[in-house]
Design a protein around this ligand. Structure first.
Ligand code: SF4
Ligand code: SF4
Length: 145
């Protein structure tokens, strides 16, 4: 009887340890993803792709209120990876021919400007509304409506 109760106790401890382990693993992975720059850049790239192809009016409006100019720092060509079309002199090899639409309209919103800043650059464009909670909500609303 004592032996059975000892084994049950051990199984219980092992199950508890395993549960704790997977619980910690789960939250570690979640935090890693949340803090990952790769995920952020990839998400922003997907978002831009979506906007330029499916939310054209939103993009037009954003370009209309965007101020400043491009000083050709090339930071936006190095966000997730260094674009193979970028030369050492920071020139785009396909500038006048088949440059992707997402490149032509960059930056679309404050999030893009913040992404450049995160990579140590300073975009020559800016938006007067800045990066407020409302601006984010408005952008998300525009993306899906
Ligand atoms: S295609 Fe040209 S503009 Fe677009 S990321 Fe590459 S180098 Fe930059
Ligand atoms: S980050 Fe801004 S200023 Fe620099 S190349 Fe891109 S659009 Fe131009």
């Amino acid at each position: 009887m004592k032996l059975i109760s000892y084994r049950v106790h051990r199984w219980f401890c092992q199950i508890t340890d395993l549960t704790t382990f997977f619980h910690r693993l789960f939250f570690t992975v979640i935090h890693a993803f949340k803090d990952s720059r790769f995920v952020l850049h990839a998400g922003n790239k997907l978002s831009r792709f979506w906007l330029v192809h499916f939310r054209k009016k939103y993009v037009q409006r954003q370009l209309h209120i965007r101020k400043g100019s491009c000083h050709q720092c090339g930071t936006c060509c190095n966000l997730l990876f260094a674009c193979p079309m970028l030369t050492k002199q920071r020139r785009c090899l396909i500038y006048g021919s088949c440059r992707p639409q997402a490149c032509k309209v960059f930056p679309i919103n404050q999030r893009d400007i913040d992404e450049v800043k995160l990579c140590g650059g300073q975009c020559g464009y800016y938006f007067n509304n800045g990066y407020s909670e409302n601006a984010t909500k408005e952008r998300d609303f525009e993306m899906f409506h």
